[in-house]
Design a protein around this ligand. Sequence first.
Ligand SMILES: Nc1nc2c(c(=O)[nH]1)N[C@H]1C(S)=C(S)[C@@H](COP(=O)(O)OP(=O)(O)OC[C@H]3O[C@@H](n4cnc5c(=O)[nH]c(N)nc54)[C@H](O)[C@@H]3O)O[C@H]1N2
Ligand SMILES: Nc1nc2c(c(=O)[nH]1)N[C@H]1C(S)=C(S)[C@@H](COP(=O)(O)OP(=O)(O)OC[C@H]3O[C@@H](n4cnc5c(=O)[nH]c(N)nc54)[C@H](O)[C@@H]3O)O[C@H]1N2
Ligand code: SF4
Ligand SMILES: [Mo]
Length: 829
Amino acid sequence: MTPEAPTTDWQKSACILCECNCGLEIQVQDGRLAKIRGDKEHATSHGYTCEKPLRLDLYQNGRDRLTSPLRRRPDGTYEEIDWDTAISEIAARLTAVKETHGGERILYYSGAGQGNHLPAAYGQSLRAALGTRFYSNALAQEKTGEAWVDAQLYGTHTKGDFEHAEVVMFLGKNPWQTHSFPRARPVLKEIAKDPARSMIVLDPRRSETAAMADFHLQVQPGTDAWCLAAMLGVLVEEDLIDHAFVDEHTDGMDDVLVVLRRIPVGQYAATCGVDEALIRAATRRFATAASATTYEDLGVQQAPNSTLVSYLNKLLWILTGNFGRAGTMFLHSWFSSPIGSPGGDPRRTRRTPSSGAAKAARRTIAKGVALGAAGLSRAVPAVAGTPLPHALIDSAAHALLTRMAPMMSAGLAAEQQPTTERTTPVTGARIIGGLMPCNSIADEILTDHPDRLRAMWIDSSNPAHSLPESRRFIEAMQACELTVVVDVAMTETARQADYVLPASSQFEKWECTFFTMEFPHNAFQLRAPLLAPRPGTLPEPEIYARLLRELGAVDTGLLDRLRTALSAGTDAFALAFFSAAAAEPSLLRLVGYVLYETLGPTLPDGARSAAILWGAAQLCALSHPDSVARAGFTGSGMRPGQQLFEAVLRERSGVTFSVDEWENAWDYVLRKDNRFTVAIPELLAKADELREAPSSWTSEEFPFVLMAGERRSFTANTIIRDPTWRRRDADGALRISAEDADRLGLEPQSRVRITTEAGSLESSIEISDTMRAGHVSLPNGLGLDYPGEDGLTRPGIAPNELTSAKYRDWFAGTPWHKYVPARIEPVST
Ligand SMILES: Nc1nc2c(c(=O)[nH]1)N[C@H]1C(S)=C(S)[C@@H](COP(=O)(O)OP(=O)(O)OC[C@H]3O[C@@H](n4cnc5c(=O)[nH]c(N)nc54)[C@H](O)[C@@H]3O)O[C@H]1N2
Ligand SMILES: Nc1nc2c(c(=O)[nH]1)N[C@H]1C(S)=C(S)[C@@H](COP(=O)(O)OP(=O)(O)OC[C@H]3O[C@@H](n4cnc5c(=O)[nH]c(N)nc54)[C@H](O)[C@@H]3O)O[C@H]1N2
Ligand code: SF4
Ligand SMILES: [Mo]
């Protein structure tokens, strides 16, 4: 099928509105996504969808879709320019910044979209060519604290088997609306109706999920650390610890227990405002269940003490032995990680291929390296031109791949963070997983510090809307010498940029996400385009390639030689590429671009953008050899990776790339003897200080806690901009308790003024019995400028006009979006 052909067939794709990426089947008619249903054959969602994707056409055919590169005029208006002009001017200006201040003064901000991860993957090549060092995206305002804790404990990301757990616990997570695990709603319903299973929810609000829970621990906002500490205190007091598990699988528990024994359970229950008996009952239920899982999300990750809360959460399931069995927590494979591994790259610290493969690799590595050392000029033609035995080419290529994997993986996905800690140049903020904290970005620009950031490249993100204190972020954009935004729509961020580059939509190009977080079976889906690109737009991989050509990033002679090698087969190509990289390691960081230029044009159905996935598939097979083999990708050398890549290209409903047994969860532990390292000194100290630490940040001036950014039905960050998507609650009312409404004399139709340290805005209200007194909530994703009949409309409040960047986690720098001290006043009409 060619993407141009208008068709009424059901075509396979996926939802791009949250990280679940449920498989979809879509009928396209007259350029519209006319009919949409769940894909029953999809490897992870099996036909499930929620209500949100049914009107995805509002994304595809949004009225503010971009169709031409734009250049900002001095008066702030934009003029259309052609692509050649855009590429040459941007390349020249990036080069100027690099030459004047250094490439490391260019911030690359991208990669957190819910559906499109290829831009950030190819963006690694641009970053390599420019020599950027600093990188950020939305993960650095939610998940970096948790990622750091994971890195200390066992080295990689955890998730839970909610479908089979006897007890599930959600901390600041409302999966009824926000999903994050497959088939969330049916799973929640099954748990709620099964008397043998239980749900525990920590949430100040009676969310849809909390309303289904057996134990709703309705904490005071921002006090989860005390609630979790109290639960851990109960575990120790009542000896609910799984001692056999702790002895067999953990190191350092004595240091942890010293702190936990000191916890005053009653005092902490009072601090978090939850009845002590309820905390004890919930803890007993969790600890005595045959299997239990937890999920923490924004309600705790964007609130005070978030990194500490992540640690306490993980101690809860570790102390009760809930790991590595059906219905418990697990570590899992990645097809390609979207976040660097904060504690070191798995491919570096983990044993490289085990069994016979390792020996073979060791034996051939010497040959491979020798070939590589022969350098660019000799090795490449030698491989392309002489009939070396296939087996030798393959094993030499594989040996080189094994050796170069760490650097190559840095060129493929998000930055891989070395074990040494890095900090930002101006404010010294901690960089976790390679990501600069979002809250620090403006401070790294709005200063006269000589090492300040000077330029920003922003792709697939809307930080002028999604970052705290957005007015200040906009000031920071304006202070830059150059800002470039790549997007499908004229967003709040695009409106501030020097250049705006129009991308083809996610239904007009090959795309994928790297949110592969399932176990024991894990799947990856490459999506084919359903429609032709809108005229004037380009897929991001092509945008990056044009810039890299303009910058002369890779010698064209080398690219020609690699193409010649490729004509002899992908193993010859691989050996040629790795040999070249052995002589010039910087090539590895450019692997995406090299693959796009060489392998890309040879791929079927115009799937040029998928070229980078060849590298990802090879690294995946190398990192998880046994799991990938169990998924059916077998053989020696480069073969498993090659087969996996071919399956990815072929299968439209996703490919199961790793198959494990439950006990294999231990294989993913990146620690000596596969044991958890449980004592984290700086967080244990902080836990110990909770007794005296402040637990409230409101004041007489700002007596309310505003949750700035609740997920509701028909919100999906800012991916769908057309306000008619939200048929109800069109302008995103402020939710307020009946008690507060009474006290302030508010009626359902009243309007209020919300004032915080950062701003003051008017809002409609919804008097809601889900809110507790003193807590108010605004939805996420509203306050977007959208073309209406008479110019731009802007229904609702952009939450970050009310947040301040200074409210952030002391450790990870993540924002307190869920805890904004605020004042609420009636507006007289
Ligand atoms: N419908 C929809 N789904 C989405 C998204 C979307 O935009 N719309 N976005 C996706 C993304 S990017 C993400 S990161 C996830 C986020 O998913 P969630 O974290 O579930 O989303 P939120 O609604 O921001 O916050 C969850 C809960 O935290 C509670 N909360 C607020 N303050 C506190 C507190 O101090 N303590 C505790 N324990 N709870 C608190 C809120 O009442 C809320 O019920 O959702 C994903 N799914
Ligand atoms: N106050 C407050 N702020 C928050 C939150 C909160 O709860 N409260 N939540 C935070 C969280 S968890 C998240 S994840 C972030 C999300 O914030 P961002 O990471 O900024 O993400 P989105 O709003 O999803 O923006 C995605 C952008 O990608 C564009 N886009 C869509 N398709 C394509 C494409 O194919 N190519 C390109 N180039 N662009 C495309 C969209 O038009 C949109 O501009 O917000 C954070 N900000
Ligand atoms: S919004 Fe999330 S849960 Fe709903 S269909 Fe899309 S990917 Fe699935
Ligand atoms: Mo998010």
